[in-house]
Design a binder for this molecule. Structure first.
Ligand code: TRP
Length: 334
C-alpha cells in the first residue's frame, strides 16, 4: 500500500540569502512553508546563486547570510525533519539544467519579465549581467529539478512562474515525445501576499521600512510608533478610515480577533492612532516573542544549522540527479 507521503504534492520555494528576514517574509511566505511541512513533500532552497545576480561584489555577505536565513526559517517553525532545506550552489545539477534549458529559451522571453527592466531601473546597469538576465531561468531550474508542482511565493514572483510554465511547455513539446518530462509549476499566493511596511509601502528591505524578526522589542515598539496611519485622522476623535491604514492591515494577522474592535473604535473616533499603535506594538511583540526566542536558540547552535543544510542538500541532490538524467536522455545527451 502506498504511504500518504508518496501522494503528497511536491512543493518548492526559495529565498535569496541577503540579510535578516522581516515580518513580510514571515506573514507572506514562511507561514505557508510551515503548513506545507505537514501537507506536502517540500523543498526549501537557500538561493545563494541568485543572490550573486545582484550581490556579486560582496560574496562574504552572501556566505554569512546562508546560515542566518536558515536560523530565521527554523525560528518561524519550518521543520527540516518534515521538509528538505538545501543550498542551491550545493546542487550543480541545477546549474547544468540551466545551460540545457538556456538552449531553448528565447532572449525576448527573459527581457520581457518585468523584474528585469524594473530592477535595472532601480539598481542601475551594474546588475545588467548575463546571469541577471537568466534569473528567472535559474529559478525555473530550481523548481523543475525537483518537479515542483506548487510554489509558494510573493506576488512579485508571479511573472517568474508564468515564464517557468512557458519554458517547461516548450521543453516538453520539443523533447517529450508526448510525455511531460518536466512539470509546469503553479504559484501559490498566501492570504497576505503584500504586507505593508512602516511607511505604508510594501514591506521590503530596499525601502528601509521593515520590522525584522531579529529586532528587539524596544526597536519594534519604536518602529510601530513611527508608522503612518490615516493622514486625515489628525486628532484622536476624528473618525478614521481603517481600510487605508497600514497598522490596521497588520492587526489582521497579528491578532485577528481584535480587528472588529479596532475597526469600530477607529471609525467612531473613540480610538486614537497613538493608542492604537501602542496597543499594536504590544500585540506584535507578543506575537513575535516565541519566534524570537527560538531564533536566539538556533543562532547559538551553528553546528545544528550546518547539519540541517548538509543533510538536506545531500538528499535533494539525489532527486536532482534523477531529473537531470531524464532531461539529458530526452535531449539525447546521455
Ligand atoms: N526569486 C525568489 C525571490 O526573490 C527566490 C527564489 C529563488 C525562488 N529560487 C526560487 C522562489 C524558486 C521560489 C522558487 O523571492
Amino acid at each position: 500500500m502506498a504511504t500518504a507521503t508518496a501522494k503528497r504534492p511536491r512543493v518548492m520555494s526559495g529565498m535569496r540569502p541577503t540579510g535578516n528576514l522581516h515580518l513580510g517574509h514571515y506573514v507572506g511566505v514562511l507561514t505557508q512553508w510551515v503548513n506545507y511541512c505537514e501537507t506536502a513533500d517540500a523543498f526549501f532552497e537557500i538561493a545563494d546563486l541568485h543572490a550573486f545576480t545582484t550581490g556579486f561584489s560582496d560574496p562574504q555577505s552572501i556566505r554569512d547570510a546562508r546560515n542566518a536565513i536558515v536560523v530565521d526559517w527554523l525560528a518561524a517553525g519550518v521543520d527540516p525533519k518534515k521538509s528538505t532545506f538545501y543550498l542551491q550552489s550545493g546542487i550543480p545539477e541545477i546549474s547544468e539544467l540551466e545551460v540545457l534549458l538556456g538552449m531553448i529559451t528565447p532572449i525576448s522571453w527573459l527581457e520581457r519579465v518585468p523584474t528585469f527592466k524594473g530592477q535595472i531601473e532601480a539598481l542601475g546597469t551594474d546588475i545588467a549581467t548575463y546571469g541577471f538576465l537568466g534569473y528567472p531561468l535559474l529559478q525555473l531550474c530550481d523548481i523543475a529539478i525537483f518537479r515542483g508542482e506548487f510554489v509558494p511565493v510573493g506576488k512579485d514572483q508571479v511573472a517568474h512562474l508564468e515564464f517557468a510554465r512557458e519554458v517547461v511547455r516548450r521543453f516538453n513539446y520539443l523533447y517529450g515525445g508526448g510525455d511531460s518530462i518536466l512539470v509546469e509549476p503553479k504559484a501559490m499566493l498566501s492570504a497576505f501576499p503584500e504586507v505593508p511596511g512602516i511607511d505604508g509601502r510594501k514591506m521590503s528591505k530596499s525601502y528601509d521600512n521593515v520590522i525584522s524578526l531579529s529586532d528587539d522589542e524596544a526597536t519594534t515598539t519604536e518602529k510601530v510608533r513611527r508608522m503612518i496611519t490615516d493622514p486625515l485622522k489628525i486628532r484622536r476623535n476624528d473618525p478614521g478610515r481603517p481600510e487605508i491604514c497600514p497598522v490596521f492591515h497588520l492587526w489582521k494577522f497579528v491578532k485577528p480577533e481584535h480587528v472588529p474592535i479596532v475597526e469600530r473604535d477607529c471609525r467612531s473616533g473613540a480610538l486614537g492612532c497613538v493608542q492604537d499603535k501602542s496597543d499594536f506594538a504590544e500585540a506584535l511583540n507578543e506575537f513575535l516573542r516565541p519566534l524570537r526566542e527560538r531564533r536566539k536558540m538556533f543562532a547559538a547552535d551553528e553546528a545544528y544549522v550546518e547539519k540541517v543544510i548538509a543533510e538536506g542538500t545531500a538528499r535533494a541532490r539525489e532527486i536532482a540527479a534523477q531529473t537531470l538524467n531524464d532531461v539529458k536522455r530526452a535531449m539525447k545527451l546521455s
